[in-house]
Design a protein around this ligand. Structure first.
Ligand SMILES: C[S@@+](CC[C@H](N)C(=O)[O-])C[C@H]1O[C@@H](n2cnc3c(N)ncnc32)[C@H](O)[C@@H]1O
Length: 176
């Protein structure tokens, strides 16, 4: 069910198992929640060398509390081998900060088009979609949101995106 922590948990977990670093690493889990995804990764792989720092807007064990955009702007991202953006929607702002700060490492993300497939105006703007165009036909953009996201990632230097997708839910990762 959309909006529920860890719907389609299996796809998320398997993507991480397939693309996480082979040696010890630290993950900045920017939409940390209850940490179920990385807990499941550790359980399935038996690995004890995955270290996690969580951020969550709510008070959650293992997480610092606050808006992840503030944290992503302020902390030293080079300490982290992996950044995880397991959002409920589309983590455009977070990804923009990560690009701006020239982070290098592995990024996992969740891209889900919520109400009527709406996309953030800022993402559409990267493809030249104006406010007038959005207002004329709001649902049209729901069909191209994922493609615009992939184009935007590519325009920021992302060479390859691995993903597991179902309808409007996409779990992806790449290295930058
Ligand atoms: C899909 S859940 C995360 C599930 C988690 N990754 C797990 O494996 O258990 C999304 C989480 O992001 C948090 N969140 C939403 N917007 C946020 C923001 N701007 N900054 C920090 N946390 C946020 C929510 O409180 C929620 O716990």
């Amino acid at each position: 069910m959309l909006g529920t922590d860890n719907s389609l948990l299996d796809a998320k977990v398997q993507l991480r198992i397939d693309h996480m670093p082979k040696g010890a690493f630290i993950v900045l889990d920017a939409f940390g929640g209850y940490g179920k995804t990385w807990e499941e990764v550790a359980t399935r792989t038996g690995r004890k060398d995955i270290h996690r720092m969580g951020i969550d807007a709510e008070q959650r064990p293992g997480c610092v509390q606050g808006d992840n955009r503030k944290w992503l702007k302020g902390i030293d991202l080079s300490r982290f081998d992996v950044i995880d953006l397991d959002a409920y929607g589309i983590p455009f702002d977070q990804m923009e900060i990560i690009f701006r700060r020239k982070y290098t490492g592995i990024v996992f993300f969740t891209f889900i088009q919520l109400v009527m497939g709406m996309c953030p105006a800022k993402l559409l703007k990267t493809a030249g979609v104006t406010k007038e165009m959005r207002h004329k036909c709001p649902t049209l953009w729901s069909h191209v949101g994922w493609m615009i996201w992939l184009d935007w990632l590519a325009s920021n230097g992302v060479k390859q995106v691995y993903h597991r997708s179902k309808f409007r839910k996409h779990y992806g990762c790449f290295e930058i």
